[in-house]
Design a protein around this ligand. Sequence first.
Ligand code: GTP
Ligand code: NA
Ligand code: MG
Length: 411
Amino acid sequence: EDDEGGEDRPPVITVMGHVDHGKTKLLDQIRNANVVAGEAGGITQHIGAYQVEKDGRLITFIDTPGHEAFTAMRARGAEATDVVILVVAADDGVMPQTLEALDHAKAAEVPIVVAINKIDREGADPQKVMSQLAERDLVPEAWGGDTIMVEVSALENLGIDDLLEQLLVVADVEELTANPEGRAMGVVLESHLDVGRGPVATLLVQRGTLKVGDPLIAGAAWGRVRALVDDHGENVKEAGPSTPVEVLGLSDVAGAGDDFVVAPDQKTARSVADQREHYQRVASISGTAAVSGGGMKLEDIFAQIQTGEAATLNLIVKADVNGSLEAVTESLKKLERDEVKLAFARRGVGGVTNDDIQLAVATNATIIGFNVRPDRKARELAQQEGVEIRTYEIIYKLIEDIESAMVGMLT
Ligand code: GTP
Ligand code: NA
Ligand code: MG
């Protein structure tokens, strides 16, 4: 996802792990150790995302309060995260949510650094944690593997500095860049209704620079950015790549994991958001699809590309099981390029239904079925409405086809 020729950006590091293993405490400690005293305050804790400085470099941290927010983010392709810190309590060892977090990180192909926490505790057994993780293919460097594991105590501030140093080493390997120019886009980390301020969304900017006054679409919410508040509670005029920021001025509460994008103008922002809202119950429209004018059908994509303007291919993907759905959508996302973006009007498990056809009509989407077929009624409606349904049983055939469409060679 890093832009060619972009500029260096801070790494985005997500802290995951089993409940009460000390994720938040660890981040509190990191923040206290690095942020000027007195800067904390309600907001920082509230948003669960902030930047700290280490050796003159910024690092962005995201806490995961329960795993739901991360699941939503992962559904967006885990673009938000560059590195995962897996926190495992040394007295408790590997637990169910540890494994779940591990699966998320692996699926997202994000490097993992393990923080073995609570080493101050009686009964702490870091060696046991290491062998439990080694069984899951996370072999510590100390044992000849390539997983960095750092023993820490978030409570007693032990090993934290070492952990930060190791994180920067891992982040450096990633060579993280992003283009700070142009309209901002990124992901909604969190959103809530504030009695005084109205809807407040915490955004992580991934590309471009978000500015006060920008017309914005965040999930199904829209508006003009009235104010930007940084992780210290300070008002700022703009926020560049890897910066978490609170935004005021949205019409509504956006969903965690939704993406946001700056629209060319207020009118577009509104109509896109209206469209999204209309389908929100049944769809998770993502990407910049509607921004570029409602998306395109497969057969029109090449013509659009030739005009020199970016095109968006709107898809509805239906598959037999969740695993294949994920595999299909993840592979499809890898096909994205500057000239052609993909947007999923819906991703779901099950056969192709009338409801899918109706959504396809409304969003100008092509339907892809993987190991599923349309029922008779859906087939008839599709024919009537001119909706294209393409079904596949082999994933690489599916990918090949869509790739061909995207380079304008579909036959
Ligand atoms: P969830 O967000 O609920 O999943 O929990 P968490 O992983 O964020 O854990 P949290 O930071 O809330 O810590 C849980 C408890 O463990 C708190 O009482 C912490 O004070 C305590 N704790 C965290 N780190 C340490 C540590 O290094 N040593 C000891 N002794 N206690 C710790
Ligand atoms: Na807790
Ligand atoms: Mg916590």
